[in-house]
Design a protein around this ligand. Structure first.
Ligand code: AMP
Ligand code: ZN
Length: 116
C-alpha cells in the first residue's frame, strides 16, 4: 500500500518534510509547496492510491475520509464559511502531476468558475 518512489508516500512516512496541518487515521493534510490561494492544503490518504478514479473503483471509503478531513481543515483555516474549493485532478490530461490521490483544498480568496 506504499510506493517507495512516491513523493506523497514519503511525506506520509516523514521521509520528506512538509508543513503538516492535520493527521487522521487514514489521511494526512499538508500545505501545498506552491500555493495558489491563501489556504492551499493537500489532503492525501496514508495508503498509496494513484488517483480519485482508482479510489472510486475500489470503494474503500477513502474518498469519504479525504473529503471529511478537507472540511475539518477548512473549518480550522477559517474558510468553511466564506467558501472553499476541493479539487481532485485526475489524470495527466487534467493536470495531475503527483500520482498519489490528493484533494486540493483552496480558499481564502475569490475563486472563479469555471476554473482554467
Ligand atoms: P496535481 O497537479 O493535482 O498532481 O498537484 C500536485 C501538487 O503537489 C501541486 O500543487 C504541487 O505544488 C504540490 N507539491 C509538489 N511537491 C510538493 C511537496 N514536496 N510538498 C507539498 N506540495 C507539493
Ligand atoms: Zn504514494
Amino acid at each position: 500500500m506504499v510506493d517507495p518512489d512516491c513523493l506523497f508516500c514519503k511525506i506520509v512516512k516523514g521521509e520528506v518534510p512538509a508543513e503538516i496541518v492535520r493527521e487522521g487515521d487514514r489521511t494526512v493534510a499538508f500545505r501545498d509547496i506552491n500555493p495558489q490561494a491563501p489556504t492551499h492544503v493537500l489532503v492525501v490518504p496514508r495508503d498509496h492510491l494513484p488517483d480519485a478514479a482508482t479510489a472510486a473503483a475500489t470503494d474503500t471509503g477513502v474518498l469519504d475520509a479525504v473529503v471529511r478531513e478537507a472540511h475539518e481543515v477548512a473549518l480550522a483555516e477559517g474558510v468553511a464559511d466564506t467558501g472553499y474549493r476541493l479539487v481532485f485532478n485526475t489524470g495527466a490530461g487534467a493536470g495531475q502531476t503527483v500520482f498519489h490521490l490528493h484533494g486540493h483544498l483552496l480558499g481564502g480568496r475569490g475563486l472563479n468558475w469555471p476554473p482554467g
